[in-house]
Design a protein around this ligand. Structure first.
Ligand SMILES: Nc1nc2c(c(=O)[nH]1)N[C@H]1C(S)=C(S)[C@@H](COP(=O)(O)OP(=O)(O)OC[C@H]3O[C@@H](n4cnc5c(=O)[nH]c(N)nc54)[C@H](O)[C@@H]3O)O[C@H]1N2
Ligand SMILES: Nc1nc2c(c(=O)[nH]1)N[C@H]1C(S)=C(S)[C@@H](COP(=O)(O)OP(=O)(O)OC[C@H]3O[C@@H](n4cnc5c(=O)[nH]c(N)nc54)[C@H](O)[C@@H]3O)O[C@H]1N2
Ligand code: SF4
Ligand SMILES: [Mo]
Length: 695
């Protein structure tokens, strides 16, 4: 066959970005030529968002990392061979460990990493480094909903039902989720439903809602308690369900009794009539869903707030009913799988616990070590980052799949911490803001150049498939972990670099665990089977579990738990010096810290710089002009953004996306107050002042 007639390589895979994991078909024989089209995969049914359509452009980003970099004596990052780079890292890790002990070494992972990477990273930290100091960016993302889900249902799986079930819903409450921008193809499944949206902004999603509730940031817990209160007094609760399937209703109800509608209106700003309409819409049938997003979860009381929305859903008899339920909209590409296989501070693969002796024994058995060799739980993400370089904190850090110099709260402080390390190693495919601070930068493969699995927001395991051969001097994350482990004196076969081999080990490690993958194989996935965990390894191939909780919840007695929670408000209230609430979040065109999407021309043209949405009255009070620059300052520090007037916003609130770097970092002002249960920072509310800035 001649060169020209050879068919162009093509593969079916999934978008590299969010947890919806839209199905895509890639075509092309080199990075700059790759084109993408949506497949008829159930979650996206032939649709993609703007980020998905343009994702291939990052493959040929002009500043893509194509060779290892090591910081020289002159302070500059310079190209180095892999041997030099890996030897530098291993020598430094060994030296630090000999001087300061294993907990002086730390690892920070990401919810975008495949299951195989997340699994091997956890194993690498606990065995090759011997450290307890590992956590990941999912702590900033899913942790409050995960904690609330575990408490209420005995199990945490974002959606305990397939996304396509939503298409039959009568009513859907989206609490703090802007799906129209953060998972646009999901909106097609909500077309038939009456939407209730709770968001301080009249977001793109709120514009499609039958009812928009506009609470002040950080007051959702009061709102949820108030809705529960109304459900009780208006006779809308499902007593038979509560009796049969739950515990703890009485305590939750007596708490909600203190949240009568007028009090809720005074605290949240949501009118009594809107509260009442919301409860009645939800209670019209059992075909209703309560879904939470980061807007209600990223708070000091994020776990309690999520629990209060779950209470409401339980009172109405929704979770585990065939046509309704509660779910949390998982965020990152592998936000679900990334929180199951051991990169979390307190966790072992299969959603096992690092403090449970049986769990430790099982995983140690699979790894061929004694349970005593496994360290205990370490610090949660923000605590870990904030301890770096301190007297008792880690002195060397390896980061895979996160850009905390932009995305961590109080980021000026975190950047200082990163700079104080003896060794910072970043594996990435672009020179992110964090990579540029590193002592050693390791260039890695991208999604279209690698194989693996991810678990989407429905707990469904998906295959990522390689279309392209990676650039010659780029290695996979798995290969890097293997190479480093060997240099640290570990047996080479303990860290397989082949994804399929890692998955086989992950299956064994997860066997019998809460997130049981033991019945899933690459062969089954490649044959097109749709498999949601738990999927145990049974004599007849197990069909997986698309719908959880239909008969019973995962607590030993099979019942769900109401949680007794009360509203205490955000860590920081507005004051004379800082009179306005600032909240943060996302826009359609950018992804997370923007490391990837700011490198795509079409996306950076769509939203080129940081902006702040301000109500015209607030702007007038602060002397701000539309399209002018503003300084947004909190007690922690300030950032610069371009003003966008928005008359639909609450006058006491401004909104800033967190996708931008440098002086445009929203996280220069955010508050690092943490939820005591989950370790989630309070990204969604700070008290700020707004001042005009000259161009
Ligand atoms: N375009 C895009 N899509 C993404 C991502 C991205 O970066 N860009 N990231 C992915 C990831 S990792 C995640 S976690 C998801 C997040 O998805 P979402 O949770 O939908 O995203 P956010 O924009 O963080 O927050 C949602 C909404 O919460 C509102 N909000 C802010 N404060 C409050 C509050 O106190 N109460 C209430 N009720 N609402 C509030 C904001 O105004 C915002 O409209 O998106 C995923 N999809
Ligand atoms: N103010 C504010 N801050 C927030 C939030 C908010 O709403 N407001 N949201 C929080 C949330 S929900 C999240 S999820 C975090 C996310 O914030 P980050 O953790 O910073 O996430 P990303 O920007 O996706 O960074 C991922 C980095 O890893 C690289 N990368 C991607 N895939 C891989 C891989 O497979 N291997 C390796 N080695 N590298 C890879 C990318 O190029 C990028 O540089 O931000 C949090 N920060
Ligand atoms: S919705 Fe998420 S998975 Fe789908 S194309 Fe957009 S970013 Fe990709
Ligand atoms: Mo996230």
């Amino acid at each position: 066959m001649s060169e020209t007639s050879r068919p162009c390589p093509e593969t079916d895979t999934h978008c590299p970005y969010c947890a919806l994991q839209c199905g895509t078909r890639l075509t092309g024989d080199h990075a700059a030529a790759v084109t993408v089209e949506p497949t008829d995969f159930p979650v996206n049914r032939g649709k993609l968002c703007q980020k998905g359509w343009t994702a291939p452009q990052v493959l040929s980003a002009t500043d893509r990392l194509l060779t290892p970099l090591v910081r020289g004596r002159d302070g500059q990052l310079t190209e180095a061979s892999w041997d030099t780079a890996l030897d530098t890292v291993a020598d430094s890790l060994l030296r630090t460990r000999a001087q300061h002990g294993p907990d002086a070494l730390a690892v920070f992972g990401g919810g975008g990493l495949t299951n195989e990477k997340a699994y091997l990273l956890g194993k690498f930290a606990r065995l090759a480094l011997g450290t307890s100091q590992i956590d990941y960016n999912g702590r900033f993302c899913m942790s409050s909903a995960a904690a609330a889900g575990n408490d209420a249902f005995g199990l945490d799986r974002g959606l305990p039902f397939p996304v396509t079930d939503l298409a039959r819903a009568r009513t859907v409450l989206l609490a703090g989720a802007n799906v129209a921008e953060t998972m646009p193809p999901l909106m097609q499944h909500l077309d038939q439903a009456q939407l209730i949206v709770a968001d301080p902004r009249h977001s793109a999603t709120a514009r499609r809602a039958a009812l928009h509730l506009q609470p002040a940031p950080g007051t959702d817990l009061a709102l949820a308690l108030g809705l529960m209160h109304l459900a009780v007094v208006e006779g809308l609760v499902d007593h038979a369900y509560i009796e049969r399937r739950t515990r703890g209703f009485e305590a939750a109800v007596s708490r909600a009794a203190g949240w009568w509608p007028e009090r809720v209106e005074a605290v949240t700003g949501v009118p009594v009539s809107a509260q009442r309409t919301a409860v009645h819409l939800l209670a019209e049938s059992h075909d209703s869903y309560v879904l939470t997003g980061r807007g209600v979860e990223q708070h000091r009381q994020g776990t309690a707030t999520t629990a209060a929305f779950i209470n409401l859903a339980l009172a109405l008899g929704l979770p585990g009913s065939p046509g309704g339920g509660y779910g949390c909209l998982t965020g990152q590409g592998n936000g679900q799988g990334g929180r199951e296989h051991g990169q979390k501070a307190d966790q072992l693969p299969g959603y096992r616990s690092l403090t449970d002796p049986t769990d430790r024994a099982h995983v140690a058995g699979v790894w061929g070590v004694s349970p005593h060799q496994l360290p205990g739980p370490g610090r949660t993400a923000y605590e870990l980052l904030d301890a770096l370089g301190s007297e008792k904190g880690p002195r060397a850090l390896l980061i895979l799949g996160s850009n905390p110099a932009v995305s961590a709260p109080h980021s000026a402080q975190i950047a200082k911490r990163l700079a104080s390390l003896d060794l910072l190693v970043v594996a990435d495919f672009v020179p992110s803001e964090t990579a540029r601070m590193a002592d050693v930068v390791l260039p890695v493969t991208q999604w279209a150049e690698e194989d693996g699995t991810l678990t989407n927001l429905e707990g469904r395991i998906l295959r990522r498939r390689a279309l392209l051969t990676p650039p010659p001097l780029v290695r996979s994350d798995l290969q890097i972990l293997h190479d480093l482990a060997v240099r640290l004196g570990e047996p080479p076969d303990r860290y397989p670099a082949e994804p399929r081999e890692v998955f086989e080990e992950l299956r064994a490690a997860s066997r019998g665990g809460r997130a049981d993958y033991s019945g899933i194989s690459y062969d089954r996935l490649d044959a097109g089977e749709s498999l949601h965990w738990p999927c145990p390894d049974t004599a007849e191939p197990h069909p997986g579990t698309p719908r959880l909780f239909l008969d019973k919840f995962a607590h030993p007695d099979g019942r769900a738990r109401f949680t007794d929670t009360d509203h205490h408000g955000p860590a920081e209230n507005t004051s004379g010096d800082y009179p306005v609430h600032a909240t943060t979040g996302r826009v359609l065109a950018h992804y997370q810290s923007g490391a990837q999407t700011r490198r795509v021309a079409e996306l950076s043209e769509a939203v080129p710089e940081a902006f702040v949405e301000v109500h015209p009255d607030t702007a007038a009070r602060c002397g701000l002009a539309d399209r002018g620059l503003a300084r947004i300052t909190s007690a922690r520090g300030g950032m610069t953004a371009r003003v966008r007037l928005d008359p639909t916003l609450r006058p006491d609130t401004v909104f800033v996306p967190f996708h931008f770097a440098g002086a445009g970092r929203a996280n220069l002002f955010t508050h690092p107050a943490l939820d005591p249960r989950s370790g989630m920072p309070e990204f969604k509310v700070s008290a700020v002042r707004l001042d005009p800035l000259p161009e």
